[in-house]
Design a protein around this ligand. Structure first.
Ligand code: IZC
Ligand code: ZN
Length: 415
């Protein structure tokens, strides 16, 4: 069969394919990087990948040929933890934050998540769609082709459903793939201060409604000291599991609440944040399929400790990296900056970082059969970087290295 599109002369092609782990390598460095690579595309899918001369049988007279001029090409990157859909912004709390008022203290004063809740309740569906599209366009420009998007700024049924409907519209109205997560338990509304149980029941009652309308695939809880306890979280997760939701968790972000252990127990797809993970938590994750989804932009922005990534990886935990894009603790859509922080602050190695934003991020979203690597039969999502090697992309920080993005075999972004 012939290809519709062939990209050739790729200096370093990060296919993202997982190879057997070599001696002296971590289980995060085992991704394939081909020199002088090519990719052949048929329709919206990858039909062949290799290095050296492009086999002539792939080329017909209508095949479009693109010379990558020796640059780096990687799979479309995946941002597997975002609070994409929200009203307003929180620069009004920024001065308090840099003066040292803790994140949870701002929330207790009715600010933080609760101030974004107010703005999201007030926003129309169209306003939310338009703001999210602007962010998605920015994410795409950084090389991101799949994004997880959570609700959680409604807390009442009507606004939670509105946020999830926005996700459905985004799936139809722009190029980036969206994975939808219901996060009704993101904070306790003030009116439930003395009725925690009542609020938890309301979240549980929404689960079948969301399932029936097919508005979300995942369920997530902010399991944190001062937000929802381990016990309260478990109760909601068990109900969500009964309705067939896949699970992910905000775990051990600020205080250790044994979130990682809960993720292992309930076989969640990912445990996210983990800045305060314990030895036992690391032990739980390393013996599981749970992806440790690290969000170092949040540590950077909150001025907090970083997750012990080096220790986790050296012990065999599988790691992903995401922005946590949200209006409070990490207001950036720039996944490349997060990757650069991962190199500088988490001491992750270049191959580990690219694995974390491609195939491992895909696993954390249950999408690894379709995206996350450049392999035959997968979606033709890939990114050109204006760089000869992957190290340079991490070293030259704070700028956008992407020069072209292909989604489903089509050019959707060009610098
Ligand atoms: O709006 O502050 N951590 N949720 C849990 C967030 C951060 C988002 C926010
Ligand atoms: Zn989050």
């Amino acid at each position: 069969m012939n290809a519709d599109l062939i990209i050739y002369n790729i200096g370093q092609l990060v296919t993202g394919k997982e190879l057997p782990v070599k001696d002296g390598e971590t289980r995060m460095e085992n991704i394939e990087v081909l020199n002088n690579g090519y990719i052949a595309v048929s329709g919206s899918e990858i039909m062949a990948v290799g290095s050296g001369e492009v086999p002539s049988k792939l080329i017909k007279f209508t095949t479009k040929l693109i010379d990558a001029e020796g640059c780096v090409v990687t799979p479309g990157m995946i941002d597997s933890h975002t609070h994409l859909v929200h009203g307003g912004s929180r620069e009004n709390e920024f001065l308090d934050k840099i003066a040292g008022v803790p994140y949870i203290e701002i929330l207790k004063r009715g600010g933080g998540i609760l101030s974004s809740v107010k703005a999201t309740v007030e926003a129309t569906e169209d306003e939310l769609v338009n703001a999210a599209k602007k962010s998605l366009r920015r994410m795409l420009s950084y090389g991101v082709t799949t994004v997880e998007s959570k609700s959680g700024y409604g807390l009442d049924s009507e606004t939670e459903l509105k946020q999830l409907r926005v996700n459905e519209r985004l799936k139809l109205e722009q190029e980036v793939d969206i994975v939808s997560t219901f996060m009704g338990a993101h904070a306790l509304p003030e009116e439930y201060k003395d009725n925690r149980e009542g609020f938890i029941q309301k979240v549980i009652e929404l689960l079948p409604v969301i399932k029936e309308r097919e508005l979300a695939e995942f369920f997530d809880v902010f399991c944190e000291e001062g937000v929802f306890s381990n016990e309260e979280s478990r109760k909601m997760y068990i109900e969500a599991q009964k309705y067939g939701f896949k699970l992910r968790i905000h775990a051990d972000e600020i205080e250790n609440t044994k979130g990682a252990e809960l993720a292992k127990e309930l076989q969640m797809y990912s445990a996210d944040h983990l800045m305060a993970i314990s030895e036992d938590g690391i032990k739980a994750l390393k013996n599981s399929d749970v992806i440790a989804n690290l969000l170092p932009g949040t540590s950077f922005s909150l001025g907090k400790d970083y997750a012990p990534a080096r220790k986790m990886i050296d012990e065999g935990v599988q790691v992903a990296l995401s922005t946590d894009y949200n209006p409070g603790s990490c207001p950036t859509e720039n996944l490349q900056l997060i990757m650069q922080i991962a190199a500088l602050k988490l001491k992750m190695k270049p191959k580990e970082i690219f694995k974390a934003v491609t195939i491992n991020a895909a696993k954390s979203l249950g999408r690894d059969k379709r995206v996350g690597s450049i392999e035959e039969g997968k979606k033709a999502d890939f990114v050109f970087f204006d760089s000869k090697n992957i190290e340079y992309i991490l070293y030259h920080f704070g700028i956008n290295h992407t020069s072209k993005v292909f989604k489903n075999g089509c050019l959707v972004y060009k610098k």
